[in-house]
Write a protein that binds this ligand. Structure first.
Ligand SMILES: C[S@@+](CC[C@H](N)C(=O)[O-])C[C@H]1O[C@@H](n2cnc3c(N)ncnc32)[C@H](O)[C@@H]1O
Ligand code: SF4
Length: 460
């Protein structure tokens, strides 16, 4: 390993990379979603066209709305999206969303709204207005519920900003990813001039929203210094928070086909990037609140309140509407048709939009429990685990815990398991160790195929 790739210097930690790799295996070449979003991180959905979702439990609901339109297709992006869609089609899509929403009883309290994509602001402002009006008139906002809408710099207009303000949207998240023209060209992202992107961010901040900016590190052709310079330039405009993702390669994206095995984020590079990103954020006054999230302390009070999407560990009450959206209802996760035509056809003919299901078995529910505690920045409490499953943590995960503790990745703290400082740098790989055998086998088969393709590229 090259001297400059050592993560220990960046964090001031003594790291035994060999022992960590032995305990965790090597870093996966492809990742689907972040690992704490189980089972979307191992999306082995069973085909179930037209399956009806289980009835929603009573009480407040967490709603995700997918808007699958973009002005360009970034080569790293695995979300369901379409470029170059006509206004007429977008109108049909908003009609279909409103029709799908009829599945929720009117008056159901809205605990959290997240409108993502794709790019919600790739909808003309009047159509976004119609969609938000339909949602918020059917589902009254409960208490401190947060309402978030994603956007991209080039698609946001002053009219969008007025629409978001009129509906009481309190958090807007803008994807910027990079300000470096060469990196942007590599990833096929055309969000305009550097200053224009920064000005779009400033417009949101000046309009009074809680503003988050997304950047990605580990992109091809990106240097550590270049990333930190981008971060500094964006921070100078004063966003309240950053979401800083490491590049995840998904095997179905053009970028996965172009990144050679030797260019991927191996364990050492991943840990070093994470250590550097954390340090750079601290230097700019942003504290890490979740794995990818860094918040200005002054912004914390008004910070986005994340509602739990499950009651306890199992009975989900999260509904996703739109193409590819997933719903966690009861003990199953349902996925809607991921194609625009398929989704429109199903909704317009009065059929269920669902095409896939992931029933959550006992082993999946245990993994979910770990994902929502240890995997989401918290501690894995022994008493809470026993209360949920009637078994001791050691009974279910004894060998895994011993292996992780042996490599210095987890620590015992007053009746709970917590990640150590090195463990935090590989939180996702630690969490994979708690996945059910079935999911690990499914992921391993995909990794093998993806690695073969990376090696083939390297040999070309
Ligand atoms: C749906 S997009 C956000 C909004 C908007 N479409 C945009 O790109 O400006 C959500 C975020 O996911 C992140 N993302 C998408 N694909 C990713 C990948 N392969 N690896 C890491 N982050 C990714 C990007 O940071 C992106 O801003
Ligand atoms: S990252 Fe955003 S703009 Fe780029 S393709 Fe994905 S959803 Fe669209």
């Amino acid at each position: 390993m090259a001297e400059q790739a050592r993560p220990s210097e960046a964090l001031g930690l003594e790291l035994e990379l060999g022992a960590i790799e032995l305990a965790l295996g090597s870093a996966p070449r492809v990742l689907y979603e972040d690992v704490h979003v189980y089972p979307l991180s191992a999306p082995a959905f069973e085909s179930a066209p037209g399956l009806d979702r289980a009835p929603l439990p009573e009480g407040p609901l967490k709603l995700y709305v997918h808007v699958p339109f973009c002005n360009y297709a970034c080569t790293f992006c695995f979300y369901a999206k379409r470029v170059g869609v006509s206004r007429a089609r977008k109108e049909r899509y908003v009609d279909a969303l409103i029709r799908e929403l009829a599945w929720v009883a009117p008056g159901t309290p809205l605990e959290q709204l997240y409108v993502g994509g794709g790019t919600p602001t790739a909808l003309p402002a009047d159509l976004l207005d119609r969609a938000l009006e339909a949602i918020l008139s059917r589902l009254p906002r409960a208490g401190r519920a947060s309402l978030t809408v994603e956007c991209s710099p080039e698609s946001l207009t002053a009219e969008h900003v007025r629409v978001l303000g009129r509906h009481g949207i309190d958090r807007v998240s803008m994807g910027i990813e990079s300000l470096d023209d060469r990196v942007l060209a590599t990833i096929g992202r055309r969000h305009g001039e550097r200053e224009a992107a920064l000005d779009a961010l400033s417009l949101l901040i000046e309009s009074g929203f809680f503003v988050n900016a997304d950047l990605i590190y580990g992109l091809p052709g990106q240097s550590e210094g270049g990333f930190c310079a981008d971060l500094e330039a964006v921070a100078a405009r004063g966003p309240h928070s950053f979401t800083l993702y490491n590049l995840r390669l998904n095997e179905f994206t053009p970028l996965a086909d172009a990144v050679r095995e030797t260019e991927g984020l191996d364990l050492a590079r991943l840990m070093r990037w994470r250590a550097i990103v954390k340090q750079a954020c601290a230097g700019l006054g942003y504290a890490q609140t979740r794995w990818h999230t860094f918040v200005r302390p002054v912004a914390r009070d008004s910070s986005y309140h994340r509602a739990p999407c499950v009651d306890g560990f199992g009975a989900g009450r999260q509904l996703g509407i739109g193409t590819s959206a997933t719903s966690h209802v009861g003990n199953a996760v349902y996925r809607n048709d991921a194609t625009l035509e398929g989704y429109l056809g199903r909704i317009e003919s009065g059929a269920s939009p669902v095409t896939g299901v992931f029933p959550l078995e006992a082993a999946d529910r245990r993994t979910l429990f770990v994902a929502r505690s240890l995997g989401d920045g918290g501690c894995l409490g022994r008493a809470a685990y026993r209360a949920a499953f009637g078994a001791a943590l050691e009974d279910d995960f004894g060998q895994t815990l011993a292996r992780l503790a042996g490599a210095g990745l987890v620590e015992d703290r007053a009746g709970a398991i917590a990640l150590s400082e090195p463990g935090k740098l590989v939180y996702d790989l630690v969490l994979l160790a708690f996945y059910p055998e079935r999911s690990r086998r499914w992921l391993a088969a995909r990794q093998d195929a993806a690695r073969r393709s990376g090696r083939r590229l390297a040999a070309d």
